[in-house]
Ligand binder design. Sequence first.
Ligand code: SF4
Ligand code: SF4
Length: 421
Amino acid sequence: MSGRIRIDGVSIPFADGQTVMQAAEDAGVHIPHLCYHPDYAANGSCKLCTVAIDGWQTSSCTTKAVDGMVIESNTEELNSERRALTQMLFVEGNHHCPSCEASGNCKLQNQAYRLGMTALIFPDFTAGRATDATHPDILLNRDRCIYCELCVRASREADGKDIFCITGRSENKSLAINSDSGTLADSGLQVEDAAANVCPVGAIIKKRQGFRKPIGQRDYDERRVHHNKVRLPNLPKLDKAPGEKVSVATCSLAGCFGCHMSFLDIDERIIELTQRISFDRSPLNDIKHISGPVDIGLVEGGVCNTENIETLREFRDNCQVLIAVGACAMDGGVPALRNHLDVRDLLEESYINGRGIDSPQIPVDRELPYILEEVSPIHEVVKVDFFLPGCPPPAEAFWLILTDILDGRQPDLPYDLLRFD
Ligand code: SF4
Ligand code: SF4
């Protein structure tokens, strides 16, 4: 039976046997999803495509369209549930986009952009599942798998091989390989198989082909996603007299100073800024401690040692508004890649067993801060008021956020300035 359904007030047609998702996709109406693929049987596992039909929530990829159906999809309630699911997927795996070959071609990252996700709100929960690099041409990074089962379905339905399956539950859940050794090496998976090409994230990737597509040619480059602005959380208003300068402090914890470099890329507008702000502690002026209460603190980098904790607490105690700047401050970033390895092993590799080491010795000195077992995002140590994503955030984003605050506006980031890569 064909007919018409109404999604968010828009009437669209559907053909006999189509689901709500299929009708929406054909009509160019976007319903967020991760596990849906037009070529494979729907399995309704990711739940991002949940819509409300006559007030009842259901997966749009498994619900058949019925003439006259009234469907809500783009509501704050549903998008907030979708954001929470996306947040959980991010912390449940090794999702450090700036170092991932799938960045820009990844459906999870794209959904995060579309849903306006600006920071991780749950603690890191990476399960540390084994990576399989045994295949000559294909690599499986299980900690990036989002259990969409697309490789499972593609292997079964398109390749006729049945190579993949999901095993276990909760943190023991994992993608298993149906082969004698349990690895990809003797699985019969070939690089041209549908199962090797369907992964929507960076879990199944082809070797020697990463980072080849330039920005602008990737599947989900932000300019191909139609969005206007990302509403950021409300900031406390600064209480300043007219003409009074706003004080700003900045620091870099476990970061590369790339965010500070990007900030300086506002170029000559820094002169305009210095008419309206005064810099307190900052690597820009080499002042080592905050002199007293300041208005805005910008913190780059994750927390990797005890000195970082002290610095961060000094910032929180003294900054009215604290902003986490860049991927490392928001989720640990590249420094947090070490979280999957033992600290002792890392130190031995760096100072004793590594190449080109003259006098092997792990440095021990009271002047050296104590290294922490794991690198953490800063919001796991202190309360953060605001997140500025990117690796690094573009100079324009610094300019906009600061001038919005200076002019007493709530900051709005245009969509193309919200970056996870
Ligand atoms: S780009 Fe890579 S790291 Fe980022 S969400 Fe996708 S799979 Fe995860
Ligand atoms: S490996 Fe990729 S395609 Fe397979 S279940 Fe995981 S995310 Fe989905």
